[in-house]
Design a protein around this ligand. Sequence first.
Ligand code: GLY
Length: 555
Amino acid sequence: MSNTLSHWLKKNSLVLLVAIIGVTPTYANNSKAAIATAHPLATEAGFEILAKGGNAFDAAVAVSAALAVVEPTSSGLGGGGFWLLHRAKDKFETMIDGREKAPLAAFKDMYLDKSSLEGALSAAIPGMPAAIVHLASNYGRLPLKESIAPAIRYASEGFVIGDRHVRLLKEKSDVIKKNPAAASIFLNNGQLPTKGSILKQPDLAKTLQQIANHGKAGFYQGNVAKKLIDGVRQMGGIWTQQDLDNYQIVERTPIYSYYKDIKVTSAALPSSGGILLAEILNILSAYDLSSLNRIQRTHLIVEAMRRAHRDRALYLGDSDFVNPPVSRLLSLDYAAGLRTSIRMDKALPSDALDGNGTMQTKGADTSHFSIIDNEGNRVAATLSINYIFGAKVVVKDTGIVLNNEMDDFVTHLGEANGYGLVGGVANTIAPEKRMLSSMTPTFLENTDHIGVLGTPDGSRITSMILLAILDFSEGHSPDSWVKLTRFHHQYRPDEILHEPNSFSETEKEELKKLGHKLKNRGYRYGNMQAVELIKSTSELKAASDPRGEGFSDVR
Ligand code: GLY
């Protein structure tokens, strides 16, 4: 038995006893479902598919495909993601790893004099199309065609664009203008569209239809594949048909960790999320956070984040290529060792921790959705093309925005990436390797509550999930998790990054006195989408982050 599991069993023997003798109500099928996504039309697509007899997994296909159309800033067929699944009938859990892979011609130093952020060379081989096909055929109940239909409709008939789309487009319009295929879709004769105008994407509708008709082959082979390879290579990229032929999703066992009476199920490598959460929670489990004031509590959480992120930088990478010491990082003994250097009266500068890993951080990109259906099936999925509009190029005639996920690798040892993250050799580029991610789709469960949650925003993701877990542990609901003010520490840079309203002036002074450096990010970040089931009453709750334009509902 692992240390972590035996610790949890010891702390929760009463909970287990109650569960075994059946005093805790086992939750009956809830008659409704809950969905939270970053866009109202994606949420509607999910409910439409549930109404047709689909389950949470069909709804997840519908939502993923719909987000590719209505939130092209953040995720899409040209990107990838992680789909964390819980199947109610047998409690089977898995993570579909649809993370992008480096092309076969990729090599460690390929970005020394080239951009890993813009243009086709920054694009890795997409995993999203393979993942949704796999999800539909292995877990769904409806034909793929039916689940993708709402997305095809949104792409061909168009949808009304909102403030967020226009704002993000404005930020990137100078680069988008340089790519005629992207400009022809997202700009009107080179000008920014206004909020309320209709965006139609007929080429994307055709590509989605190919996937609906032919499954994985509709994207990775045939006409679409040929257009992708020709288009990418004309724009300076290195994709080949063999790259597309070789792309496979992988089902991975999630990372399990335990905090108080909560079982946390989260993303496995190549996401760093589950391991980071486990390390931070293991460190914090020895303290009674509720007895501390806000400064002491923030200080401890930051010290735990600092140590866990140091390990991310030093050790983590694609476990199909490198051998990170995962069991050690997850063990309670290891956490106890890390705790010995924590002082309540003083921050430990990151320079004083061993190791010289560099860490990366990222922007208002990526997307997350959460679903619980009326059978208790769950999906937490975080999807990405990396930065806003990914590589900021579209492949002609396909409607596909390419990802710039190659920047999630360590492209220059010792230098931070776009998210300010540093990393080590475990995350350097190799052909067919997956780049380390921060995406952290997560399930939480205690005796009476099940939470499903996640959020975009690069390296800040895990910190946002952590703060939500601590809030869940205090009995709060999704509505509270998504609204929490946020702060983050990622080892390097050695600073607490925070939202403008996270701390009062007095609190900032107190934290500085402990030796912390603070950096106001200048705006509120993240876009959490969360749902919850109360087992004893079958009540469902859903909430979308007030920072975004998402929509959540229970029907
Ligand atoms: N592309 C953001 C992440 O995977 O962390």
